[in-house]
Design a protein around this ligand. Structure first.
Ligand code: NAP
Length: 243
């Protein structure tokens, strides 16, 4: 199956990390679908990708964080694209540093876990059946790290949320060891930003996008976690693991 015949759903594709992935996939000739709760974010995405690829970008307004919403957008997507061959899940938020736990409420913790974990689970449950039994298909999770690098004053709930998503990815690898679909994870243990907002040690979202697009394109690893700690890792980590 060549790239033009593949339809990649990028969950969180209108975000900082997701938009770099969407652009790189479109540049490689894939059809790409993106769901966002905000039509303005989808319009911004459309003007961000290479102009000669916009005809291959499918955008749908919807919420994949609840079961009903995920089912609705799934039906809308299948109607428009006919199929989904690959999923990249890059849901969540960029940063959270609102204070130590005793200053936060249950509602704050709920929001963090809902955005990082619940949306990842609900969308996986809706979309994984479309790809799980085909070895030509892929499902790739983008996550943050949850170690010492992340834990600093005020980021506690972010660490809790990131750790829960990491655990969920591990559970999937262990519960579905023989699934034909290529199930991989890219764990990013540093900041990611657009070129205008880059800080030392951060990944440019365009470079990260190219690395993830290559992973999706090649389909030659499964049940693998690619850990990226710094920009240099984008050149080595994926190569070491046979990409
Ligand atoms: N940015 C970083 O520095 C960094 C570093 C390491 C790891 N990461 C990881 O990368 C992932 C994405 O981060 P990001 O920086 O790209 O965040 P972002 O810019 O806030 O984008 C997150 C995306 O997730 C989407 N989303 C969340 N809940 C949703 C829902 N219920 N339904 C539909 N879409 C939903 C948002 O869609 P809407 O358009 O609907 O808001 C948004 O497009 C996260 O898992 C994060 O932990 C990021």
């Amino acid at each position: 199956m060549s790239n033009v015949d593949r339809v990649v759903l990028v969950l969180g594709g209108a975000g900082t990390v997701g938009s770099g992935i969407v652009k790189a996939l479109l540049d490689k000739g894939f059809r790409v679908a993106v769901i966002s709760r905000e039509s303005s974010r989808l319009e911004r995405l459309r003007s961000f990708v290479s102009p000669n690829t916009t005809q291959d970008l499918i955008t749908i307004v919807g919420n994949v964080g609840c079961e009903e919403g995920a089912e609705q957008v799934k039906q809308a997507l299948l109607k428009e694209a006919g199929k989904v061959t690959d999923v990249v899940s890059s849901l969540g938020f960029s940063w959270w540093q609102r204070g130590p736990p005793h200053t936060q409420t249950l509602k704050d913790l709920h929001w963090v876990v809902e955005t990082l974990l619940f949306s990842t689970f609900v969308s996986w449950k809706a979309f994984f059946p479309l790809v799980r039994d085909d070895s030509d298909c892929t499902y790739t999770f983008i996550t943050g790290g949850a170690g010492e690098k992340l834990l600093m004053p005020g980021t506690g709930f972010l660490t809790v949320g990131a750790a829960s998503t990491l655990a969920f990815c591990q559970v999937l690898r262990e519960e579905y060891p023989d699934v034909p679909c290529k199930l991989n994870q890219v764990k990013i243990d540093t900041g990611v930003a657009t070129p205008e907002r880059l800080a030392p040690g951060y990944l440019n979202h365009l470079d990260l996008g190219e690395a993830v697009a290559a992973l999706v394109e090649r389909r030659n690893t499964s049940h693998t976690t690619f850990t990226v700690n710094c920009p240099e890792d984008l050149k080595t980590v994926f190569v070491e693991k046979n990409l």
